[in-house]
Design a protein around this ligand. Structure first.
Ligand SMILES: Nc1ncnc2c1ncn2[C@@H]1O[C@H](COP(=O)(O)OP(=O)(O)OP(=O)(O)O)[C@@H](O)[C@H]1O
Length: 312
């Protein structure tokens, strides 16, 4: 069996919001951190300046960030290193709390925002699968029903290591398992932070297919990546964070152009109008195809339900 042949994810998402309603509302969000490096002060500085023994200098990793995301949108986050992208994702996932403003999320969130996927190093991969699925509301029976799909997707190395403590997994195996579990959950919002770069080419292709499939189901995707082609492939809207401030919000290709030209200056060759139009058309095309597939799937389910009702 080819590595990319895998069962499609089940479409059992239950929505709390109405179509067209925002699923994420970020309002004036801000978070302040202590600077990582804490310089020890000299005795003279402590006595004469009245400062404490550690330098408690703080900075705003994000500030005044506001935007909303609609159901089914695929949003790409760009920005240079330290711009605040991962911090924003963690705040949407609820693993970091804001010092100012708020991030309201109207649906469940499946986050893959750290290599480890939030898994616990001391537990085995098998135990982590059940724990994560349970934390996202899946019963033991539901998890058992999807267990083989998860492990098939993650690949043979993960299957062989199912009963090994997770901390012994290589980074590639960790990503494989993390992505397989997170995308098998029924959560309507998926957050993915720069994890696709870690897997090998065959696994990346599997991940791309799965992301397409999740978008087909109308899920909302938030993707952080330094890969322009990944972002342009999946995202229609781009957000640009610079120094913790949201400096751009618009069509993904335009945001990408702006970010890359600011990053690379004269070395950046902006696509021609024709190339840009081609990119836009192929994305629109993909979006229409996804919508049609989704409608066909919905019609099939309705037909089946009607048939079952007639047959009693
Ligand atoms: N827990 C923390 N404590 C202190 N500083 C932090 C913490 N987490 C992140 N930072 C700092 O906040 C800033 C934003 O970090 P963040 O990881 O969100 O950037 P990023 O845009 O994801 O960067 P990259 O592209 O390099 O992954 C950086 O200066 C980082 O060092």
């Amino acid at each position: 069996m080819a590595d990319y042949a895998f069962p499609d994810v089940p479409s059992t998402v239950e929505w709390k919001t109405q179509e067209g309603q925002p699923v994420i509302e970020v309002d004036n969000l801000g978070i302040e951190f202590l600077r990582g490096r804490r310089r020890n002060l000299s005795l003279r500085e402590i006595i004469f300046t009245g400062k404490s023994a550690h330098n408690r200098e703080t900075f705003w990793a994000l500030r005044n960030v506001s935007f909303t995301v609609g159901r089914g949108e695929a949003v790409g986050l760009v920005g240079g290193n330290g711009g605040g992208k991962s911090t924003l994702l963690k705040m949407i996932a609820g693993t970091l709390l804001p010092d100012e403003g708020q991030a309201r999320v109207g649906e469940g969130v499946a986050p893959l925002i750290e290599l480890t996927g939030g898994f616990i190093g001391e537990l085995t991969a098998r135990e982590n699968i059940f724990l994560t699925a349970g934390l996202h509301g899946m019963s033991r029976e539901e998890t058992e029903a999807r267990f083989d799909d998860i492990v098939d997707f993650a690949g043979p190395a993960v299957r062989d290591g199912l009963d090994v403590p997770y901390r012994h997994f290589s980074s590639g195996m960790q990503v494989r398992l993390g992505f397989a579990v997170i995308t098998c959950l029924d959560e309507p919002i998926i957050l993915v932070d720069e994890v696709l770069a870690v897997g090998d080419a065959a696994f990346r292709e599997k991940c791309y297919n799965r992301m397409e499939s999740l978008l087909d189901q109308g899920r909302t995707l938030f993707l952080v990546s330094h890969s322009a082609s990944d972002l342009l492939r999946f995202c229609t809207r781009g957000l640009y964070l610079n120094g913790g401030t949201l400096v751009g919000d618009g069509p993904m290709d335009e945001i990408m152009d702006r970010y890359l030209s600011e990053l690379m200056g004269d070395d950046y060759q902006q696509p021609s109008l024709e190339e840009r139009e081609d990119q836009r058309l192929s994305r629109e095309d993909a979006k229409i195809k996804r919508r049609l597939r989704r409608e066909a799937e919905r019609a099939k389910l309705e037909d089946e339900a009607a048939r079952r009702a007639v047959l009693g």
